[in-house]
Design a protein around this ligand. Structure first.
Ligand code: WT7
Length: 660
């Protein structure tokens, strides 16, 4: 990264933890020193948070890199650790899930009830012929049965593959086929944007091309009419009538727990495989450490969908392993009104909120007067995940949701890492808005240059992980070569490094270290632009735009340019009521270009800025820059099927042709 750009993000604000939180924090600064002194002993202590049927013989077997084995010889049952042990300890009446349907219907599910339902589902799946090692696809809305289905698979050692309920027939078919799933668990539908949204027809179409599927279990949620085939079984007739007696057998620490396909905007999706003991150890520890979760008093809420890894690790496995009480919400944040999330925070007394930058920026766009209409006084900690959070979005989150005083933990991780890797510790770290700060205790992350050399403070390059970690992916399902090529062949031994070179995991993210050595994520490496020989990250220009008071959200792409190689093209959504028509719009664009030049230096000034009403996003909320690049380079649009709302592109493209 060029020197002119080294100081691009001139962010100097820093917020120490509130004294009260620091005084009573689950994890103190000692954890870093303890892990530093003996990393494996540290993880071994964290594994001790779980109940093991058989103790491991070896903490880590790294004799065949990059294929790791953690807690070798150990045995445990994941569902036992998430449910039975809490019930056995007399906490059966404690609420596990405060569930809120989009139409306003509610369910309160205690640990005893979640345990009972999971035992019934485990018996029903066994009855349907599912045995340990079989794959089960789950395609459900955000209903408690989604957690039950996952836990029931874990309980009998079946490997679940959850497919996000918004995915198309084609995506679902590919995923079922790739994993040869034997059973699909779905629902008639769920509620989204105020109306029923059907799921069963998609499953019917997919299953027609998936000979591996023997049975389809269908949860009744919307009550809408569904087509019925010989393979179909109603959940309420199969699961809810099954015996509630089920003894959980222990499985090997390396037994496959789940496959989750990465969203991949271009390439064929990869089935990321996670296993049992190491995964549960790290999600349980990070839930405790990063969210400072106190199961007796906290009400935790992660707004992700169960179809993403965030839902797996921080709705199902991490919180339940810790015995937490949590909120689960079925629907969209603006149904029936834009204050729905804040209403739920007040209703359930949510203390810990974990959400995504895209949602925070949407809230900024809707205006701060919406959260201002709620108390939000129960909150004590805020988390962010999924993308780099722009400093202004971080500040807005702290200011308008966090009463200007709550800690914000920006947590970096991936489907592949299974659990949080880089994040502030809320009782320890003086966080900087926009920085994920430092690797957690027991994690070894670094930023390296093209040659794989660690960069000094102030330098930028690629994010890598140097030591295996317990919740790491074990392979790409059915494709060990792709696992090695994608993640382990860029740097170190896997790239043919010198004899004795270590194996280095390439995360695919650009990053930099600031002068204090803190880590700033700069987006996927494919999102770096080369303008007149300067590397400029899309994230930095986006953050500069969002720091202007008239901009709610921005997306930046590099478009081919005859003079500069690539040129910066920006798409900006104006905040709230900003006027964008005619001359006012032209003036705003001129102001924004000047603002970026002033913030980042003239080299980062966008060639072109478009004011747009929306941005194209995948269903997981990631901006699809590929499509914006098509627009910026006047190409016809590529595949838009993974877009959350495909009409967005028409709006943008029509504005573009009429624009400058
Ligand atoms: C990619 C992984 C982790 C669960 C949800 C996404 C980006 C994620 C952050 C963050 C900057 C982040 C990275 C990463 N990302 N969290 N706090 N700061 N970037 O999982 O779909 O596997 O995506 O999301 O680019 O590589 P995923």
């Amino acid at each position: 990264m060029s020197e002119a750009l080294a100081n691009l993000l001139n962010e100097t604000r820093q917020f120490p933890p509130p004294a009260e939180l620091a005084a009573d924090a689950n994890v103190t600064a000692d954890a870093y020193a303890e892990a530093e002194a003996d990393r494996l002993a540290f993880w071994e202590r964290q594994a001790g948070r779980l109940i093991w049927a058989k103790q491991w013989d070896q903490v880590l077997d790294w004799s065949n890199p990059p294929f790791a084995k953690w807690f070798v010889g150990g045995q445990l049952n994941v569902a036992y650790n998430c449910l039975d042990r809490h019930v056995e300890a007399g906490r059966g009446d404690k609420v596990a899930i405060h569930w809120e349907g989009e139409p306003g219907d509610t369910r309160t599910v205690t640990y005893a009830e979640l345990h009972r339902l999971t035992c019934q589902a485990a018996n029903a799946l066994t009855e349907l012929g599912v045995v340990a090692g079989d794959r089960v696809a789950i395609y459900l809305p955000m209903v408690p049965e989604a957690a039950v289905a996952m836990l029931a698979c874990a309980r009998i050692g079946a490997t679940h593959s959850v497919v996000f309920g918004g995915f198309s027939v084609e995506s679902l078919t590919n995923r079922i086929q790739d994993a040869s799933a034997k059973v699909v668990i779905t629902a008639d539908g769920g509620y989204r944007r105020g109306k029923p949204s059907a799921l069963k027809p998609t499953v019917d179409e997919a299953v027609a091309n998936c000979p591996s599927v023997e049975h389809v279990l269908v949860v009744r949620r919307t009550g809408e009419e569904v087509a019925w085939s010989a393979k179909d079984r109603w959940w309420h007739e199969t699961v809810e009538t099954a015996s509630a007696e089920h003894t959980a057998a222990a499985f090997d620490a390396e037994h496959p727990l789940f496959i989750l396909y990465t969203s991949g905007t271009t390439a064929r999706p990869k089935g990321i495989l996670h296993t049992t003991g190491g995964y549960l150890t790290q999600v349980a520890y990070t839930t405790h450490a990063v969210f400072d979760l106190k199961p007796e008093t906290d009400v935790y809420w992660c707004t992700a969908d169960i179809g993403w890894v965030t839902g797996h690790s921080y709705i199902v496995y991490g919180p339940l392993a810790n015995g937490a009480t949590q909120v689960m919400y079925e629907g969209t944040p603006d149904t029936p009104h834009k204050g729905r999330l804040w209403e739920l925070v007040d209703k359930y007394g949510v203390t810990i909120l974990y959400t995504a930058p895209t949602l925070i920026r949407t809230m900024m766009k809707w205006g701060e007067e919406i959260p201002a209409g709620y108390e939000l006084s129960s909150l004590r900690l805020l988390g962010s995940v999924g993308e780099p959070i722009n400093p202004e979005a971080w500040m807005w989150y702290r200011q308008h949701i966090g009463r200007g005083e709550l800690p914000v933990v920006d947590t970096w991780w991936q489907t592949e890492t299974g659990a949080i890797m880089i994040s502030p510790l809320p009782g320890v770290t003086a966080a900087k808005p926009g920085s994920a700060m430092a690797p957690l205790p027991g994690i070894d992350a670094d930023v390296v240059d093209d040659q794989g050399q660690s960069v000094p403070n102030g330098g930028g390059g690629y994010l890598v992980l140097r030591e295996p970690w317990p919740s790491m992916l074990r392979t790409v399902w059915g494709d060990d070569n792709r696992f090695i090529e994608t993640y382990w062949s860029r740097f170190g031994a896997g790239a043919g490094g010198a004899t004795g070179a270590e194996w280095v995991y390439f995360a695919g993210d650009g990053a930099k270290k600031d002068d204090d050595g803190h880590i700033w994520l700069l987006g996927r490496v494919d999102d770096v632009m080369l303008v007149s020989g300067h590397n400029i990250s899309t994230t930095e220009v986006e953050s500069a735009l969002v720091s202007h008071p008239s901009v709610a959200e921005a997306a930046v792409v590099g478009a081919t340019d005859p003079t500069t190689g690539q040129a910066i093209v920006a798409f900006a959504i104006p905040r709230g009521t900003a006027e964008t028509a005619g001359e006012t719009g032209e003036q705003l664009i001129a102001d924004l270009r000047a603002h970026v030049a002033k913030t980042l230096g003239p080299i980062a000034k966008p060639r072109q800025i478009m004011l747009v009403p929306e941005l194209p996003k995948t269903r997981s909320g990631k901006i699809m820059r590929r499509l914006l690049r098509d627009v910026a380079e006047n190409r016809s649009l590529g595949d838009v099927t993974t877009l959350q709302d495909s009409s967005v592109m028409e709006l943008i493209a029509s504005g573009m042709s009429g624009g400058k």
